[in-house]
Write a protein that binds this ligand. Structure first.
Ligand SMILES: *Cc1c(COP(=O)(O)O)cnc(C)c1O
Length: 229
């Protein structure tokens, strides 16, 4: 078995163990393989090992890989998870299936207007700055509810849920706190009538804490592809 296939198997086992440990149904957490900085050949190796959903942070790098894997495009899901500048929204609206990093109404409006008519609606998450760090992207918690309702009303987007990248901690108790806060916000929005089914939270170092707090999708790079340069 290749290293990538072995790593994928190990990550899926971690996800299964955390899901069972949290008393949640099997297969209720999706694995997004974060392939930023990884070559198209390595993505293809992960595809051969059964992985279908890939996350990318940089538009041009992602477009090159999407083109290199065009022969299997129908089997793949491409998720954009990086900071999104206004001048790059068109390419993302045209080429991706999902965007996790929507954090402003203007970006959402552009993505909706630019999503081609022949494509399914673009699946999006609202990114929330759950740790409240000044340096981090994501909508402020205090703006999130109003923003979510406005994004959900856009015609060519489908708001699926919330995403966050909390401040890293080694202590599992501290890891869980922001994940719990995101889940509570998500539950509040669902109670307000938004049909959300996705909580995009948890990375290589904290996926167990995220799953314990209700993550439905974890974004994993290092544990599958190794440390980035
Ligand atoms: C890079 C990245 C990840 C993956 O992080 P790892 O620690 O390598 O698993 C997840 N989410 C986002 C938004 C990222 O930029």
């Amino acid at each position: 078995m290749s290293t990538i296939a072995l790593n994928l198997k190990n990550v899926l086992q971690r996800i299964d163990a955390a899901t069972a440990g949290a008393g949640r149904p099997a297969h209720s957490v999706q694995l997004l393989a974060v392939s930023k900085t990884v070559s198209a050949d390595v993505v293809r190796e992960a595809f051969a090992a059964g992985q279908r959903a890939f996350g990318e942070n940089y538009v041009q790098e992602a477009l090159d890989k999407i083109a290199a894997l065009a022969d299997v495009r129908e089997s793949l899901q491409w998720h954009f998870i990086g900071p999104l500048q206004s001048n790059k929204t068109r390419l993302v609206a045209e080429q991706f299936d999902w965007v996790h990093s929507v954090d402003r109404l203007k970006t959402a409006e552009r993505l909706s207007a630019q999503r081609p008519a022949h494509c399914a609606p673009l699946q999006v998450c609202l990114q929330v700055n759950i740790s409240g760090e000044a340096s981090k992207s994501g909508a402020a918690v205090s703006d999130a509810a109003q923003l979510a309702h406005r994004i959900a009303a856009l015609p060519r987007l489908r708001l699926r849920g919330l995403m966050a990248i909390p401040e890293p901690h080694d202590d599992p108790t501290l890891q869980r706190k922001p994940f719990r806060a995101l889940r509570e916000l998500w539950e509040q929005l669902r109670a307000e009538g938004l049909a959300l089914d996705t909580l995009s939270m948890g990375m290589s170092a904290d996926l167990e804490a995220a799953i314990a707090e209700g993550a439905t999708l974890v974004r994993i790079g290092t544990a599958i592809f190794g440390a980035r340069a």
